[in-house]
Ligand binder design. Structure first.
Ligand code: SF4
Length: 440
């Protein structure tokens, strides 16, 4: 079977793959989901008990959402509002109170946390004093592992060197900086602050001053992006001394300013798979040639320089306490979405689906081990999964193991990584179904 025949549409993100997996499993949506809602009292009951052996065996983290930005980027549809509308002192106090409240439960208190992740929005709209309040509450009320990763997402214009060092003093040891491109033209298209030169200068200053982990985000395949522009971005990633880079193909989100502009024909955007693939491969191969390795489907890192514990917790289905308006997470067997102080949506995690979501998460790291995937599934599953993996190997999406039993994704496999993950999961689900053990 040719590659084109196998995939007609590329899943650009883990979320696309999750949605497809949900459909394969027949996971209820809308009203069906609402009917399964639980109350916060059900979660509290579990939190008053200590963590059981299962919870103790998994990494655990805290996700803190700061849903405010100084300026809204043209492509963005994330959960964020303009900062001018926010009372940030009150928001920092709310986060600190939440940390204190969670820290009072034995489930939280009795096992250390490996990662605390500030995402957004742009968390660095908070001042150093507001961060200090939150990080003090964190240390006072939550047990942190000695090497706990404390990571903050940021944009360049609200993280100068002074502020970065002040946050490092307070315990922040990882920054993830949204840059997207160093091309001045590209930055205008994406609605970013700073021109290309200023952005590069700010990155160099930050790298020289900050000794912790420094990762950046790059977007490829934006309107009219030239080969020189994507090459230039790759070269800067290599020479600027960053530890890791997330690279995403631009997604056009309904309702974003860019989507509007394309719809109104103010911005021309013609892209096909080959055009997208050329930019992906160029970026990937330049960085791989400079020694970066695959950390997950859309992230490359210098070996040993970015553990990125937060993503391991997410993909390995560890506990992740969601704090702040718009934060999602999972805790003590419940999926939780935090809306506002005192308002949370809670639903029990379905153990039958769970194994497949965890597989999907693990496949984000780019390794396909049929034995590991088939563990716990009926006997025929390993054979079916192995055959599917070999078929994908014949198509050069996967590279046979040099030793051990895990196949690795080729550059083409990385590009189609979420489609491939769903394809193999489909095989696993069908094999289980055949033996009448759909979710056994
Ligand atoms: S991309 Fe980041 S900085 Fe830009 S509007 Fe979205 S959340 Fe804010």
């Amino acid at each position: 079977m040719g590659k084109q025949a196998l995939f007609t549409e590329r899943f650009r993100s883990h979320h696309d793959a999750e949605a497809s997996l949900g459909a394969l499993l027949g996971k209820p949506k809308g009203l069906g989901r609402l009917l399964k809602m639980k109350s916060w009292a059900d979660v509290e009951k579990k939190l008053r008990e200590g963590p059981g052996p299962q919870a103790r065996s998994l990494p655990r983290g805290i996700y803190i959402h700061v849903p405010y930005c100084d300026k809204i980027c043209s492509f963005c549809n994330l959960n964020r509002k303009e900062r001018s509308k926010a009372d940030l002192d009150a928001y920092a106090a709310y986060i600190a109170d939440e940390l204190k409240a969670f820290g009072a439960y034995p489930y939280v208190r009795e096992q250390p946390f490996n990662s605390v992740y500030f995402g957004g929005g742009t968390p660095t709209v908070l001042s150093v004093d507001q961060f200090a309040l939150i990080l003090r509450a964190l240390r006072d009320h939550i047990p942190l592992a000695d090497d706990c990763e404390i990571s903050v997402e940021t944009t360049q214009h609200n993280l100068g060197v002074q502020k970065a060092l002040a946050l490092a003093e307070l315990g922040v040891n990882r920054f993830s900086v949204g840059i997207q491109t160093f091309s001045g033209r590209g930055r205008k298209v994406l609605g970013r602050t700073f021109d290309g030169e200023k952005s590069l200068e700010a990155l160099r200053e930050l790298r020289a001053a900050f000794r912790g982990v420094l990762g950046i985000d790059i977007i490829y395949s934006y309107p009219d992006q030239s080969i020189e522009e994507i090459s230039g971005d790759a070269e800067i990633c290599i020479e600027s001394g960053i530890d890791s880079v997330s690279f995403y193909s631009l997604m056009i989100h309904k309702g974003s300013a860019l989507a509007q502009s394309i719809e109104n024909k103010e911005t021309e955007f013609i892209r096909n798979i080959e055009w997208d693939r050329e930019r992906h491969h160029l970026f990937y191969e330049k960085l791989a040639g400079a020694g970066f390795t695959l950390l997950e489907l859309s992230k490359l890192a210098r070996p040993g320089r970015d553990a990125y514990r937060y993503i391991h917790i997410q993909y390995e289905n560890g506990d992740l306490i969601p704090i702040g308006s718009g934060a999602g997470g999972r805790l003590a067997g419940f999926s939780i979405f935090s809306m506002a102080p005192g308002q949370r949506f809670v639903s029990p995690i379905n153990k039958q689906y769970e194994r497949y979501y965890r597989m999907l998460g693990e496949l984000q790291f780019g390794l396909y081990d049929p034995k590991r995937m088939a563990a716990g599934l009926p006997p025929g599953a390993e054979k079916a999964i192995t055959e599917k993996i070999k078929e994908l190997g014949d198509m050069r999406f996967l590279i046979p193991p040099a030793r051990g039993s895990a196949w690795a994704l080729s550059p083409d496999g990385i590009f189609w990584g979420n489609n491939i993950a769903v394809e193999v999961l489909k095989t696993a689900i069908n094999a289980a179904k055949k033996e009448k053990a759909v979710y056994a």
